[in-house]
Ligand binder design. Structure first.
Ligand SMILES: Cc1ncc(COP(=O)(O)O)c(C=O)c1O
Length: 379
């Protein structure tokens, strides 16, 4: 580690470690599971908050060729990082001139007949300009609804000109394997694909992270994991086969003794039944460490769980360290807010949310350490 990085790390109130080798291992595990289908990488929202500038090249090196982002702006940034990758933009044209996508070699995943028309107008006969097509099979969020698909099929020549490079749909309930939509959506998707009578070469895709674990039939030609790459559990209430990627350590700023009957923090929401020792950590909800964790969550001191007491405030939270030996819990010591004993999914459950929200909320004030097999880099 460079001297400047080491000193920035010492000065940091919190250190976020992102394990690129774990992301690569997760990519390889998923790719092997779905082979011969292709495994793409979803890197929207700054690679789920983990830093697309570091994550996307690591995935590319691991053999990932196809990437998905949400917006044109994300696509443009990714194109600068990966000049030769196939990049799809999931939110379609989102009101932007199709020519902007074409100029950057980005492929919007078109979501409506209107977008197909705009695309064909801009693409003209340019054989190189390709786009994807999103069919709604039950998610009712993005994608061409069945009646619009009927219209597009009736206008056969448009479909021939469009020649979508990717035809995709998206599971609504894949993390709950027994949900009936997990049978219904692939059935609708296959029926739509048959009616589209696509030319050879069009890639078919329905599964994201959880969909991969619904069974080999769902891999089709390409899978689109995001969360699983970043270590989140793909199936609720089942062992997580993926490696943890994120560790968040917060520094103890101050330690104090409090008397039985006293309270801590805004609103005085926690009252001590006995004399206690308290430590204040320099992480708060402005860092994405959610206020919902007030009086609910816990942090780890080594392998010992320590409860969060009182409200999480903007920059600070407080923990009850009465059971930790005094010489260990001193200002400057580190605790795990996310770590081996409290992975992202557990913290999310305690906060009443999902791992996706914890990751994409990770704050900008953390000192970021990227580690891979042999190297450490700071951002
Ligand atoms: C259309 C689409 N495909 C793939 C993904 C990746 O999903 P996951 O992170 O669950 O793998 C998303 C994420 O929201 C998505 O919206």
């Amino acid at each position: 580690m460079a001297a400047a990085d080491a000193s920035a790390e010492r000065a940091a109130l919190a250190v976020l470690t992102i394990d690129l080798a774990a992301i690569v291992a997760n990519y390889r595990l998923l790719a092997a599971k779905v082979a011969p289908a292709e495994c793409a990488g979803v890197v929207k929202a700054d690679a789920y908050g983990l830093g697309v500038a570091m994550v996307a090249p690591a995935l590319r090196q691991a053999g990932c060729r196809t990437f998905l982002v949400a917006t044109l702006a994300e696509g443009l940034a990714l194109r600068r990082l990966l000049p030769d990758a196939t990049i799809y933009v999931l939110d379609g044209l989102h009101g932007i001139d199709a020519a902007e996508f074409i100029a950057a070699g980005l492929q919007p995943v078109l979501v409506s007949r209107g977008e197909v028309d705009s695309w064909l107008t801009a693409a003209g006969d340019e054989a190189v300009a390709r786009a994807g097509l999103h069919l709604d099979t039950g998610m009712a969020r993005l994608g061409m609804p069945p009646d619009e698909l009927d219209g597009l099929i009736a206008e056969g020549s448009k479909l021939m000109r469009l020649r979508p490079s990717l035809v995709m749909s998206h599971f609504a309930c894949a993390d709950t394997p027994e949900h009936p939509l997990n049978r219904e959506q692939p059935r609708r998707f296959r029926a739509a694909l048959e009616r589209l009578a696509l030319p050879p070469g069009a890639t078919r895709s329905i599964a994201a992270s959880s969909g991969i674990f619904l069974g080999p039939d769902q891999a089709l030609d390409l899978v689109r994991p995001g969360a699983a790459l970043y270590g989140l559990a793909p199936v609720a209430n089942q062992a997580n086969p993926l490696r943890q990627v994120v560790r968040l350590q917060g520094k103890i700023l101050q330690v104090r003794r409090v008397d039985a009957g006293s309270t801590v923090g805004y609103g005085a929401t926690h009252r001590f039944a006995r004399q206690a020792r308290l430590a204040t950590i320099g992480v708060g909800y402005a860092d994405g460490f959610m206020r919902a964790l007030s009086n609910r969550g816990g942090v780890y001191f080594g392998d010992r769980r320590v409860p969060i007491v009182g409200r999480v405030s903007m920059d600070l939270l407080t923990i009850d360290i009465s059971d930790i030996p005094e010489d260990q819990a001193q200002p400057g010591a580190w605790v795990d807010l996310i770590g081996p004993h409290n992975p992202v999914d557990s913290v999310a459950a305690e906060a009443g949310t999902i791992g996706y929200e914890i990751l994409t909320s990770l704050g900008r004030r953390y000192h970021r350490r990227y580690v891979d097999a042999g190297n450490t880099a700071a951002r």
